[in-house]
Design a protein around this ligand. Structure first.
Ligand code: ZN
Length: 404
C-alpha cells in the first residue's frame, strides 16, 4: 500500500506597503508601528519566529515593484523588467517586441518644481479623461497614452529607435525638487538611442503640459512624469519557482497585479479596493479567505500605509497601520484559527516619515503557524524583529521558508 503523507497547508502573507519607519521624537522615540496597538501582528511574532528581510538590494531602484518581486522570491538580476511593463501587463496592454512601456504619473508642477507625485491623489475618472485627452492630442505610431488607476498611468513608446537606458527620478522620491535637477538623462553618455528617447520624451512632456493646461481640467494634474521603462516581461511561473505550489494575489495596485499575472498567479479583483485608506478592507479579507480555499499561497497586499507615509502624515500613517492590523490581519487569523496554515507579515520596504521616500533598510518580518518553530520575540516591530531566530533573510529565502 502506498502511504501518502499529506502536507497540505495554506500560507497567507500580509504585506503592509511602506509600513517600516524610524524612531520618532513626537512618539517618545517609538516608531509608528511600535506606537500603535497591533495585536494581530504581535500574535504572529509571539507564536512564531522573527527576523529581517532585504527587499531592495543595491543595484535596483528603490521601488515597490522591486520590493514586492523580492518578497515573492523572484531573482531580480535575471527577470526584473521595470515598472512600466509590469503595469502594462496588468492593464491588458499587448506589448510588441519593439515596445517600451513607461509608467507615466500625472503630477503637479509649480514654478518649475515637482510639488506632487500624485496630482493630489487625482481621482480615477478625471485621470482617465486626461489620459484619453492626451492620447487624442498627442498619440501617434511612436507613442500611446493609456489610462491606469488615479495618477498611475502608462505611456508606450513604439520602435527600436527608443531605449530604456534612461536615468529617471522616481516622482514619489523627488517632491520639492526643481525639474532641472531631476531631468531625464541617457544612462550612458553618447548612447544615441537613449539621447533620442530623452529628447522625444522631453518634447512630449512639453506638449502634454500644454494639453493639460487647456480649459476644463480642474484637477491638480498639470504634467506627465515618465519613468521605469522596459520591454515585455519574462518572469518564471510561480509554480516553477516554488514547485507544486499555486498562488493568488490580492491588491489594488496595478504593478503587483502585473507581477502576479506574469508569474501565472491568480489575480483576485476586489470591488472597492482603492490603494488608499478608504479601501474595502472587509472585501479584501473575504477575497483572501476564498482564495486560500483554491490556492496554496495568498499574497494580501495593502497599499494605504505607503501612501500616508509619502504624504508625511504621522496620524494617518498610525491609523492606516491600526486598520491594517484590526481590519486585515486579525480577521484573517481568527477565521483560519485551528486550520493548518502559515502566516507572514512584513512591509515591502520602509518609508520613514522623516524622508517620505523608500529606503533600503531591511524590513522586520514575522512568520508563524504550521511547522514554524517559535522564538523568544513577543511583539512585531522594527526593534524587536532583528533579535529573532530567522536572522537576515534575502532573495527567495522568505518564500522558501514559507512554502517548504
Ligand atoms: Zn511608496
Amino acid at each position: 500500500m502506498r502511504i501518502r503523507i499529506l502536507k497540505e497547508y495554506k500560507t497567507i502573507l500580509f504585506l503592509a506597503d511602506g509600513m517600516a519607519d524610524e524612531p520618532i521624537d513626537a512618539l517618545g522615540g517609538k516608531t509608528p508601528l511600535e506606537a500603535v496597538e497591533t495585536p494581530g501582528m504581535d500574535k504572529i511574532a509571539a507564536e512564531g519566529a522573527s527576523g529581517t528581510f532585504l527587499s531592495l538590494p543595491n543595484g535596483f531602484p528603490t521601488s515597490s515593484d522591486v520590493a514586492n518581486m523580492s518578497v515573492m522570491g523572484f531573482d531580480l538580476t535575471s527577470c526584473y523588467p521595470g515598472r512600466g511593463p509590469l503595469e502594462a501587463v496588468s492593464r491588458g496592454i499587448e506589448l510588441a517586441d519593439s515596445d517600451f512601456a513607461w509608467r507615466c504619473n500625472l503630477v503637479t508642477v509649480e514654478d518649475g518644481v515637482l510639488t506632487d507625485y500624485s496630482a493630489g491623489h487625482i481621482e480615477e475618472k478625471p485621470a482617465r479623461r486626461l489620459m484619453l485627452k492626451l492620447q487624442d492630442a498627442l498619440g501617434s505610431d511612436k507613442a500611446t497614452f493609456h489610462p491606469g488607476v488615479s495618477y498611475r498611468n502608462l505611456l508606450v513608446l513604439h520602435g527600436d529607435e527608443f531605449s530604456s537606458n534612461v536615468l529617471y527620478h522616481k516622482p514619489d522620491s523627488s517632491q520639492g525638487e526643481s525639474l532641472e535637477d531631476i531631468a531625464l538623462e541617457p544612462m550612458t553618455p553618447g548612447n544615441s538611442k537613449a539621447i533620442h528617447t530623452v529628447e522625444f520624451l522631453n518634447d512630449l512632456r512639453g506638449k502634454a503640459a500644454e494639453v493639460l493646461a487647456e480649459p476644463g481640467n480642474d484637477t491638480a494634474g498639470n504634467a506627465i512624469w515618465p519613468w521605469s521603462s522596459g520591454k515585455k516581461p519574462n518572469l518564471p511561473l510561480f509554480s516553477e519557482l516554488h514547485p507544486g505550489k499555486t498562488g493568488a494575489v490580492i491588491t489594488a495596485v496595478d504593478v503587483i497585479k502585473g507581477i502576479a499575472g506574469c508569474a501565472g498567479m491568480e489575480v483576485v479583483d476586489v470591488p472597492g479596493a482603492t490603494g488608499f485608506i478608504d479601501t474595502n478592507y472587509a472585501g479584501k479579507v473575504a477575497a483572501a479567505l476564498a482564495a486560500a480555499e483554491r490556492r496554496d499561497f495568498v499574497y494580501l497586499h495593502v497599499e494605504a500605509v505607503d501612501e500616508c507615509s509619502h504624504m508625511g502624515d504621522l496620524e494617518m500613517k498610525m491609523n492606516a497601520i491600526k486598520d491594517f492590523d484590526s481590519k486585515i490581519v486579525t480577521p484573517v487569523l481568527k477565521a483560519m484559527e485551528g486550520t493548518a496554515a502559515r502566516f507572514a507579515v512584513l512591509p515591502d520596504h520602509p518609508v520613514p516619515l522623516r524622508l517620505r521616500k523608500h529606503t533600503r533598510t531591511p524590513v522586520p518580518v514575522a512568520v508563524s503557524g504550521f511547522g514554524i518553530v517559535p522564538d523568544s520575540v513577543r511583539s512585531y516591530s522594527e526593534r524587536t524583529a532583528p533579535a529573532g531566530e530567522l536572522g537576515n533573510l534575502k532573495g527567495d529565502e522568505l518564500l522558501r521558508l514559507l512554502l517548504f
